[in-house]
Design a binder for this molecule. Sequence first.
Ligand SMILES: Cc1ncc(COP(=O)(O)O)c(C=O)c1O
Length: 316
Amino acid sequence: TQHRRSSEVLAMRGSYHGGSFATMGITGQSTWRPTSRSSLDVTYAMPPHHSYSSLYGRYEKDDPEFAKACADDLRNLIRTATTGHVAALIAEPVQGVGGFIELPPEYIRGVKEVLDETGILYISDEVQTAFGRTGSHFWGIGESGIEPDMITMAKGLGNGLSIGAVMGRAELIDSMSGKLHLATFGGNHVSTAGALANLNFILDNDLQRNADEVGGYLKDRLTKMAKDSPIVGEVRGRGLMLALEMVGPDGEPNPPAAVRFLQACKERGVLVGKGGIGANAVRISPPLTITREAAEQAANAFEEALAVAGEAAKVG
Ligand SMILES: Cc1ncc(COP(=O)(O)O)c(C=O)c1O
């Protein structure tokens, strides 16, 4: 906001950007936003996605025209719902808490074109998607070929140590130089040394390729088992960021099925997460170091857990 002299921000429906006052203010899920108060003025765009939530534009896979139409809608949104002088757009390339919803690359490219018309900055929130997790690229946004103005990162940087970072074009970062900025735990030596060792480990062991290969295998297995399961509406995601959308007979969100699946996995020694707007997305994001053998064991557990959750759904 310092660089652009504006506090207006564009964000995505279904997004999650954190639990601080400012980041809650740009999060597009009311469950994670206990107050409507915000230090930023936010307008939400509607990204396209073939998901089970009406929050998203109904997008049939491989429909670049529709993705482009949603990006074009952003132009209208900027014209009609903002002052026209917007600081930045922030978006996760794959929405994490939102249930591993991928923004189509055509959409990201279209959005960037619209933003460039008035110099609005593109911030890629890569807290979940960075460091090769999505398999095909080091940064989640890489798939679109777009270079954002800023990137935020955290989780995979410290591998458990508390550290976050922001990277941006020099003129943007330099615009802060006249302001004092310091934090009690900022620049912690242990965290920074640990993060450096972690980054070197990721690169030296080509964990991005591992995410691509093992993630690809897991997605294949999940897709196959989902074909025979009436409670899985969709398998989505890429690399080691995969989700199952658990649904009822009419395709409606089925949170109890997600809970049963989670529980059955846990009983078999595999921990998976849950999320999504309807609390019905099972989120599978193992460590980047996961071996093919461990993934096979996990997939076997998923198969059994799907059968357990499927049987429970029949009983009702
Ligand atoms: C995409 C994304 N951005 C930012 C954050 C940071 O949130 P927190 O306030 O927990 O650090 C998270 C945490 O889950 C996230 O998933």
